[in-house]
Ligand binder design. Structure first.
Ligand code: FAD
Ligand code: SF4
Length: 510
């Protein structure tokens, strides 16, 4: 072939630049299901099944469009990795050029570059047109700034793309409606929630589910709840369902948690977006239309737009700007092992059991569970950031490194020393008590920091403040939180720290 057009598992958009000028007579589209993608870090069974199913659906679509596709199915080759399979095909097919859209992971891009260089075949890496902020533009925005804050980037993007702008001013008169967006459900709970549309596995998905079970029996997580969109049509249906039934309440309840309710008013669109079954501009436009039609308030629509036009683009820019060093960041010098219960959900801490239980069962946790339950616990315990990163990359159906790593290492673990977040997201059990009903069914007490019923979050929160006093107590952004330490007398703090040390010891061995 003249060109080998490489499609990776998270690049399933038929309007990709990769296909510009594609000539089926001369160009061969190439996809590979590689076992190493499911094993170089562990991968939740649902995550692997989602990628494979979406890839196979995409293959059918390309073939139906009359394009020539070489598809290496997992059970039809024995190359361990994409680069090994590619090396073999470069030798066998001798293409003049390889084209690929920029991968979502630095490691993959390196491997492809190396493989093509070794084979003496020219590789062209194309800018990914799926995103709304091309990387050179992000870098131009970032260059020369002292701080790369989301808020500034987001305002710039709103103006640039003319989203929710009225005569140069933000719609609704403000950039931010956070004060309206911190509701909790109260004693009565959320009531009957709108059940999100789910997609029962079709024959293609059932086949890959059986394959995943057979090939990766030791992989974490289950397949019993699999209902993710695997085609663009399903992704569009999921978007419509969200806009019609959950967007209006999305903003106010963004930060709330309720036991046994994995989705609440969240969109469930991240996997579809990250696999490029759905375009971010489409999701934004749908939400903005709902606002103009009076179907959703500005606080919810702005909140949703901020996540996609702001956060999603911003973390991607940061990722590529900081790689390859970013994964080694460990600003808080954290070295504890990740507790074993992260992989099994086997713990009697009610909030963690709930959040982890749904991750193990479904490969999904909503943002505030990721940040303020599973992430917070690892932060307070002082888990080595690399291990936290490996867990988040493995366990969520939407995990792709460009978005997972900055969220985990930057936002949640403060491992980058404040590049992404202006201060650590540290809190005690009182926060979880306020935002959820978890503590009501927990054998521990969020108010207690010592004693048998002490909440581990509360114990570890004080210990965290004490451990990092020097770094944060003098800084204007964090001094207020650290001032809390002054309220504790020395004896009490010593008792808390003894308990924290014991906790850390016991969690290291279970
Ligand atoms: P909603 O809450 O309904 O939000 C709507 C959309 O906004 C999401 O689909 C997503 O595309 C986007 N979005 C929201 N928050 C973020 C964010 N912080 N960064 C980037 N995009 C955002 N998101 C991933 O897509 N993949 C990951 O691997 C991932 N790992 C995370 C790890 C940690 C520790 C944390 C704190 C967050 C992580 N996030 C990740 C961000 C966010 O939690 C998820 O995007 C969101 O929970 C997905 O569920 P949803 O589609 O129901 O999102
Ligand atoms: Fe979680 Fe602590 Fe509340 Fe238990 S008491 S649910 S461990 S915050």
């Amino acid at each position: 072939p003249r060109r080998l057009l490489l499609v990776l598992g998270d690049q399933l958009n038929a309007d990709s630049r990769l296909f510009d000028g594609c000539d089926p007579e001369q160009d061969l589209i190439w996809l590979c299901e590689a076992p190493s993608e499911a094993t170089h870090v562990p991968s939740h069974k649902a995550r692997t099944a989602l990628f494979l199913s979406a890839m196979r659906h995409f293959r059918e679509r390309l073939r139906a469009d009359g394009l020539r596709v070489r598809y290496l199915a997992l059970d039809a080759h024995d190359h361990p990795s994409i680069d090994a399979a590619l090396a073999a095909d470069l030798a066998a097919l001798a293409p003049a050029q390889v084209h690929v859209v920029q991968p979502g992971e630095y490691r993959v891009q390196q491997a492809l570059e190396q493989t093509c260089a070794d084979a003496g075949v020219a590789l062209r890496v194309l800018e990914d047109g799926h995103f709304l902020c091309p990387l050179p533009d992000f870098n131009a925005w970032a260059d020369g700034r002292k701080e790369l804050r989301l808020e500034n980037f987001y305002h710039w993007m709103r103006k640039r793309h003319d989203v929710l702008m009225v005569d140069g001013e933000p719609a609704g008169g403000a950039w931010n409606f956070d004060k309206d967006n911190r509701k909790r459900f109260g004693k009565q709970g959320p009531g009957t929630l709108p059940a999100p549309v789910g997609f029962a596995p079709d024959a293609v998905t059932r086949e890959v589910m059986a394959l995943v079970d057979a090939r990766f029996p030791q992989a974490p997580g289950g397949l019993g709840h699999f209902d993710w969109p695997v085609t663009p049509a399903q992704a569009e249906a999921a978007l419509t369902d969200f806009i019609d039934h959950r967007l209006a309440a999305f903003g106010p309840y963004q930060d709330a948690i309720w036991t046994g309710e994995p989705y609440l008013y969240h969109a469930r669109l991240s996997a579809a977006l990250n696999l490029k079954l759905l375009e971010p501009r489409r999701a934004i436009d749908a939400a903005v239309s709902a606002y103009h039609e009076g179907r959703a308030p500005i606080a919810s629509v702005e909140g949703f737009v901020r996540q996609i036009l702001g956060w999603r683009e911003y973390v991607r820019g940061l990722y590529w700007r900081q790689m390859p060093g970013y994964l080694d960041a460990n600003a808080l010098d954290a070295h504890a092992p990740l507790p074993a219960f992260y992989w099994s959900a086997d713990t009697d801490y009610a909030c963690l059991a709930d959040a982890l239980g749904q991750v193990v069962a479904r490969g999904y946790g909503h943002h505030i569970q990721r940040l303020m339950v599973t992430g917070l616990f690892a932060l307070l315990l002082g888990v080595e950031p690399r291990q936290v990163h490996a867990w988040y990359l493995a366990m969520f159906v939407d995990a792709v490194e460009w978005v997972e790593a900055p969220n985990t290492l930057g936002m949640s673990q403060f491992a980058d020393g404040g590049l992404l977040a202006s201060k650590p997201y540290a809190a005690s059990g009182a926060y979880i008590q306020r935002m959820s009903n978890c503590c009501r069914r927990c054998p521990y007490d969020p108010k207690q920091a010592v004693g048998d019923s002490a909440c581990p979050f509360t114990t570890l929160f004080w210990d965290f403040l004490a451990r990092h006093r020097e770094r944060f107590s003098g800084h204007p952004r964090t001094a207020l939180m650290w001032r809390n330490l002054e309220r504790l007398d020395r004896e009490r703090l010593a008792a808390i720290r003894t308990r924290a040390a014991r906790l850390r010891e016991s969690l290291a061995t279970t």
